[in-house]
Design a binder for this molecule. Sequence first.
Ligand code: KMH
Ligand code: ZN
Length: 280
Amino acid sequence: ATPAPSPTGTLVTVAPTGAEHAKVDLPQLPTTLDELVETGRRCEAAGAALIHLHIRDAAHAPTLDPGLLRASVDALRSETDLVVQLSTGGSVHDPLESRLTVLDAEPDSCSLTCGTTNFGDDVFLNPWGFMSDLYVQAQEREVVPEFELFDLGHVHALRRLLDTHGLPFGARVHVDFVTGVPGGMPATTAALMAGVAMLPPEVTSWSATGIGRGHLPIMAAALSAGGHLRVGMEDNVMFARGRVVEHNDELVARAVELATLMQRPPLTTEQARELLGVKD
Ligand code: KMH
Ligand code: ZN
């Protein structure tokens, strides 16, 4: 059979912080607004087009404080041209009601996880009612969702969302496979390909990330299968065996190098906006 045509460019997303790592263990984790802006600038210069953002409070703890979220979106908008995506996953301790209020900060995009997952020893809660409310509110507020798929069942739940509520704002459907979370699908090529094979026809682009040591294998698998890439310290803090990531831009630069070698150079921020259907 003829291989499916690959996209000509690669969307490189950076997820620089997450909600799981502690600043005290990893001082180079960007947690302050200045550090996030500096990270955004450097990652954009290295070839990232989208930033997936979790923010921290003054004590470097994860927060969904509406004022801080708004300030972060505004600062990244004014200091970079990155597509700004806010996490609605937050941390496993955030209540569902607060996770819905993330949209008040008016990001370009928001994450939307398509089901509940065991998350290490914790549970990352995403019941149908929450997913559904978040999806409809994102449609109404013209925020483009990125569907986070941690497990194969999540692919099926995405199909239910689309069948129930129609297409997202922007009429594009971009999903991100988050592989290798203890409790979700493993970071293997086989699991990723099973997920890709199940994608509903409405899906217009997909990316993938592998947590921890799944980082490089999933990057290679995604590139070879026509997918886009997500990298960053939220997912992986080791650059190589025995070598901790010093700055998120190293992970972006390596992803760009590999994508370019594969004849799929990084998309510009403008091309990323078009791919995702984000408002100008
Ligand atoms: N921090 C995880 C519990 C998302 O950003 O939407 C959830 C997460 C997914 O990171
Ligand atoms: Zn996240």
